[in-house]
Design a protein around this ligand. Structure first.
Ligand SMILES: Nc1ncnc2c1ncn2[C@@H]1O[C@H](COP(=O)(O)OP(=O)(O)O)[C@@H](O)[C@H]1O
Ligand SMILES: [Mg+2]
Length: 209
């Protein structure tokens, strides 16, 4: 099983948005996927509860569930959504169990400040130092016309880490959050143009399948 953690110590950076869309993307391609929710707010679990029955199945898991609860589902991928403020032992435990870490970052100076600390903490993790867990960045809630978006670009360029996508600020994510859906569950005409902005993520994921 491949494991991917979506993390950033900053709340509201788009962790749950990204985790649910990643899970939806994999499930839409017939990949047996579990969405594991490490956040006590349980936003991902609630999203799964809202998910319409006919949509590609995504299994849910929380740390309160027995570890073997997923055995019968035999997942090929696990997407871990994580809480704000992830640091110390909890960060170490979360990073240790995954192959890939995706860090969403929104264009705001407060978010970028908080993300500096977070990326530095990530870089110190043993599995990251040994090259066993790869870190990539996703720009989220970008509005290309703004100064904040330009500042985010300079920020992203300063790290020696791949920036795999630029997702825009778009109401479709709010709709998906409320309806238990992901971009991959919607007709292309509804999900455009964000579905195209998500495409590099699909491409990057397919290299790790
Ligand atoms: N690209 C985006 N465009 C519009 N709204 C977004 C986008 N990404 C996230 N949001 C909204 O912002 C809020 C915070 O996002 P969320 O994914 O819950 O962040 P986190 O899990 O990091 O706290 C949610 O209401 C979500 O629907
Ligand atoms: Mg969240």
């Amino acid at each position: 099983m491949k494991r991917l953690l979506v993390a950033n110590a900053k709340g509201g950076s788009g962790k749950t948005t990204l985790a649910t869309n990643l899970a939806g993307l994999l499930a839409a391609r017939g990949v047996r996927t579990v969405l594991a929710d490490l956040d006590r707010q349980r936003s991902s679990v609630r999203w799964l509860e809202r998910r319409p029955a006919g949509f590609p199945r995504i299994a849910g898991w929380t740390p309160e569930d027995p570890a073997d609860v997923l055995k019968s589902f035999n997942p090929q991928w696990a997407i871990y959504d994580s809480p704000a403020g992830l640091r110390g032992d909890k960060l170490e435990a979360a990073v240790k169990r995954v192959d890939l870490v995706v860090v969403p970052i929104v264009p705001s100076v407060f978010d970028m400040d908080a993300t500096v600390d977070f990326l530095e903490m990530l870089a110190e993790q043993k599995t990251v130092r040994k090259g066993e867990s790869a870190i990539v960045l996703v720009a989220n809630r970008v509005d290309a016309r703004t100064l904040a978006a330009q500042e985010l670009e300079s920020f992203l360029a300063a790290w020696d880490l791949p920036v795999i996508a630029h997702l825009h600020a778009a109401q479709i994510y709010v709709h998906c959050a409320a309806s238990g859906s992901s971009l991959s569950d919607l007709p292309r005409s509804r999900a455009e143009p964000e579905i195209d902005r998500f495409e590099p993520i699909r491409h990057w994921l397919s290299r790790h399948v």
